[in-house]
Design a protein around this ligand. Sequence first.
Ligand code: SF4
Length: 697
Amino acid sequence: DPAVARTAVRTTCPYCGVGCGIRATPTGDGGLTVAGDSDHPANRGRLCSKGSALAETTDLENRLLAPRIDGREAGWNEALDLVADRFREAIDQHGPDSVAFYVSGQLLTEDYYVANKLMKGFIGSANIDTNSRLCMASSVAGHRRAFGTDTVPGLYEDLEEAELIVLVGSNLAWCHPVLFQRIAAARKANPALRIVNIDPRRTATSDIADLHLAIAPAGDVALWNALLAHLADTGAVNDSYVAAHVGGFKAALEAARDTDPALSGLSPEEIAEFLALWSGTERVVTIYSQGVNQSSAGTDKVNAILNCHLATGRIGRPGMGPFSVTGQPNAMGGREVGGLANMLACHLDIENPEHRAAVRAFWGAPAMPEAPGLKAVDMFRAVADGRIKALWIICTNPAVSMPDADAVRDAIAGCAFTVVSDITGQTDTARLAHVLLPATGWAEKDGTVTNSERCISRQRGLLPAPGQARHDWRILSDVAVRMGWAQAFDYASPAEIFREYAALSGIAGQLGRDFDISAKASLTDAEYERLEPFHWPCTANRSGERFFAEGGFFTGDRRARMLPVSHRPPQSRPDAEFPFVLNTGRVRDHWHTMTRTGKSPRLSQHIGEPFLEVHPEDAARLGLAPASVAVVTSRHGTALLRVLITDRVRPGEVFAPMHWTGETAPSGRIDALVAPQTDPVSGQPESKASVVAIRPM
Ligand code: SF4
């Protein structure tokens, strides 16, 4: 009985994509103590403020403890019957594409696998997308264009082996604190390690940097193209690597030479210093995150970075490579399992007939979509215009976190049938649901997650499920059984799901894909319970290695592709009516829409309310006093934010955090202001460059 266990249980932090290992000990009275797991390769005992405060977030206040239908408590059978009936009705009357799942990078892999199997293999639609679309989709698309699959080539230990670390569009100190601590420790051990931070804002991450480049919001392609041209001009291209393993060099270089470096918004001196440093340092890791991804040119920005690593062959060898760090604890697991509307499980492609046939045969699936489904922004547009008749939202709060959040909230409110499964019924999204299903939370769930370096770790149940809460994989399976697919969803445990998933990955490996963990396909339940963190690939012959040092890309000819990319400004441009560019992001001690971190008073001590960073020149011009409230409006919505006057932001640009909701001042419903504009390749929204007007309240 986990409730009476007194020994520490090894599990994983449920917040960011660093994926820190935790030793958690139930105290016997329903509580926990937590400490970093010194044996976990991601954190080696370290934890940040959020991970350390996990024990303060597991109480039952605001927990959803029983199913609810239209606000009244209901039994599981009634609720599940209703969900299955309404989805079946919509499919029968309007076809499989009239239903959709919107899921989460916080689901465990086993939950994600079952949701994906149900939608893509049995309902027969690809309308399953995830909040990772808001986070990682541009990296996925960039990887797939360059490498032929969604591979992160390197490992965290590259940070300790590097001579230069470039952090692009990443406030790592606040958003991935333990990775930042690893870099700080690496610098202490090796004072020669150079660090560059490329970000329009000066952040806590900039404090460690030798060089902070306050780039223009869309300046990345111009800077990386300038680097590619410089590499070619100075003989720094690795000709033998390019000749053996890379295609597209000439076209990419031509596009680079056609780009004006001044579009980066940096001075010639700043650009020259960066080019010389990057070009002249062999062991360079380029870490990039949402500042790159959350852009209408996000995929091109990713490929501009990958181009430079491919041209120099600085990839997949110790201490070098491009490194996308994921925002969510299981964004990677979701990508691997096919949680995005344009992917199948195990990095198989939905548009590839051979891949589709293999997955269909493996699942014994009655139906399989032949084209990608609706990506997040398009999915909620389809909800708004009535094309989606039944929507199931799992473990996420899109009424707050989606761009154009007010319109998304209204779309959900107007949907003919909405199901929400979550740990609480108190989110802005849950309040709109016809059916609320109580799910287990972090401390109660068993399964696996994959962190940013391809390390798969167990999350282990520590506390009993409260009330009538059920695991997500079980809720999904219960509905699938009621829809007529009992045989395919007859799961008894997450171990069983994991074995099936690992076996499918072996088929993916035979089809030449990178994601293969088939060595784990025959784990016993006891071995699954004891499973140690491991990196993929994990097969009979391969284990956890880096990718691409010797080529071996996952394209038809096994060569990587360099992409010709050009500067593109953000889709919304400042004008007389909306003269400021709004950047959004995280603060150190809160997580997403605060359903958990909001429970810890300690975490709110750092920053307790939503704010707007405004440059002193702009504040003076607008008549904004320090700590006053500003009214911030866009074409899509309004927020009331506490004014923080600082030269951390550039003139004409402002920053606000993403976590808060509510309607009274200060009100941080910041995604209500963000335009639903997306990258044409990845579908990722442009969350870092909205245009807004600002006035004193
Ligand atoms: Fe959790 Fe991320 Fe902090 Fe590690 S760095 S303890 S995974 S929030």
